[in-house]
Structure formats: structure tokens, C-alpha cells
Design a protein around this ligand. Sequence first.
Ligand SMILES: NC(=O)c1ccc[n+]([C@@H]2O[C@H](COP(=O)([O-])OP(=O)(O)OC[C@H]3O[C@@H](n4cnc5c(N)ncnc54)[C@H](O)[C@@H]3O)[C@@H](O)[C@H]2O)c1
Length: 261
Amino acid sequence: MDQRLQGKVALITGGASGIGLACAKRFAREGAAVIGFDLQSAEHWQAAEEITEHQLFINGDVMDLEAQEAAVAQAVDRFGQLDIIVTAAGIGDAGPVHMLDQTAWQRVIDINLTGTFLSIKAALKPMMEQRSGSIITIASIEGQLASEGGSSYNASKAAVVNLTRNVAMDYAQLGIRANAICPGFIETPMFNSVMEHMPDLKESVRKQHKMMRFGQPEEMAGIAYFLASSDASFVTGQAIAGDGGYTCGPSHGIVEMMGLT
Ligand SMILES: NC(=O)c1ccc[n+]([C@@H]2O[C@H](COP(=O)([O-])OP(=O)(O)OC[C@H]3O[C@@H](n4cnc5c(N)ncnc54)[C@H](O)[C@@H]3O)[C@@H](O)[C@H]2O)c1
């Protein structure tokens, strides 16, 4: 492997699990120093062979700006700079509006949207001083398309997409890029906790992906790696779906009729 992130420093919120953990492993394999920030313990992080040296794990809540600023300061103290932030901390929830109480709505907006805002705010401080940086938010295809019963989650993710575009615009001339990844349904602990009791729903969702399968966290980490690398030096303000074709358009069985399976 080329280790194309050698010398780079990446902070990953939600780094203890799923997509965030896969990003940490991939970035570490590519030579970056990685800093995990998560509510959960570092159990999986520490078990990962890839993440051995040049790493730091900090327990904290993305709703706590001071904790995020302290994590950024620790990263800069230890490794000298901050080049990349991936905002993967997030929660799922569901419910159509008439059934959703305000507290449940607010919790999803707080963690998924306000948490992302605070992560970006903390990371911008060193990035603006350096006049460089890559901000990678983890939104969702459900921030691009609606889905039944997904009101609060989908609204939070749509807002993350547009916040990311706005950050891209506001800081482009300071050398800071910002892009959103919009995953389809990815097999992570979050996905499993939602789907394990609903096999019919799981099967129906699987078939919405034109590739007829779910995604893997490592496939999202591959997109994050591209966005973090110099290959993406002219890419900013984009929402990139990694969704096995989920958002291509509706299926009507014509592919099957034509034997293209
Ligand atoms: N798995 C999917 O199908 C899918 C699809 C689209 C988008 N996403 C998004 O990807 C991101 C990662 O999800 P995942 O599937 O890897 O889930 P996951 O549950 O495996 O990982 C999410 C991590 O975020 C952490 N976290 C949650 N709230 C936090 C907080 N307040 N402060 C700090 N850390 C917090 C959790 O402890 C966990 O380690 C989320 O934003 C999710 O919405 C996931």
C-alpha cells in the first residue's frame, strides 16, 4: 500500500463503531495519525490491528463543544495539525410526524445536525490557521430522498448535506474542502439494531439497492479516503452517494424481464 495519508492527521467522531471505525482503520492503514471521538468505549478501536501507533481515543459527546475543542487541541498538541475530520457520530430514529414527540425529534436533530455543526466548528479553528483541511460529513441517502416514517432522521441528514455545501462555499478560499457522504444501507451495529427484528423490511430495503445487496462500512471508508486524499483536491461541496444504485431511480422489473441478472 502507498500510505498516501502519511503525515496527515484525521479526527473521526463516532470512531468507535461502524462507518467511523472503518474510516479510522483505513486512514491508519494509509499512514495517517487517527483520533477517535465517541461516547462509547474504545474497545473495538483498540482491538483493530490497523490502529496501533499514532493514535488517540477520546471519550466525549458531540453535543459538547468544549469537549470537541479539547479533542481538537489534543490532536494538534500531539500530532502538530489537523488535516481531516470525519463526522460519523449519529443516531437513527423513526416515526411519522403525528406519532413523534418533540423530545424524540429534538434528540435526533441535536445529535445528527447540531453535533455535526459543533464538530465542524471545532475542526475549523486549526484548519483556518493552516489554510487547509478536508471536512467529510456522513449524511445519508435519506437526506436526499424521503423514506416512509423517516421524518426526523431524514430532516437531520438533509440539513447535514446543505450545511456541508455551505461550509464548502464559506471556506473554499481558505483551502478547506467539505463534502458529504450519503450512504445507502450499510451493515453496521446501527443497521443491525434496526433490522434484526424486521426481516421483511430488511428484504424490501435490500431490493431497493440496484446491486441487490447492502453496503459494508469499508466501502464508505473508501469514499472517505478518496475525499481526504489529494485525488479529491478539486472536489468540494458535493454529496456523494455510496448506495449500490439506490438513488438511481425506481425499478419496474424490466432488468429482470430482459435477463440482465
Ligand atoms: N448504517 C447505515 O445504514 C447508515 C446509512 C446512512 C447513514 N449512516 C450514518 O452513518 C453514521 C455512522 O453510523 P453507523 O451505521 O456506523 O452507526 P454506529 O451506531 O455503528 O456508529 C455510530 C457511532 O456514533 C457514536 N455516537 C452516537 N451519538 C454520539 C454522540 N452524541 N457523541 C459521540 N458519539 C456518538 C456511537 O457511540 C457509535 O459508536 C451515522 O451518522 C449514521 O446516521 C448510517
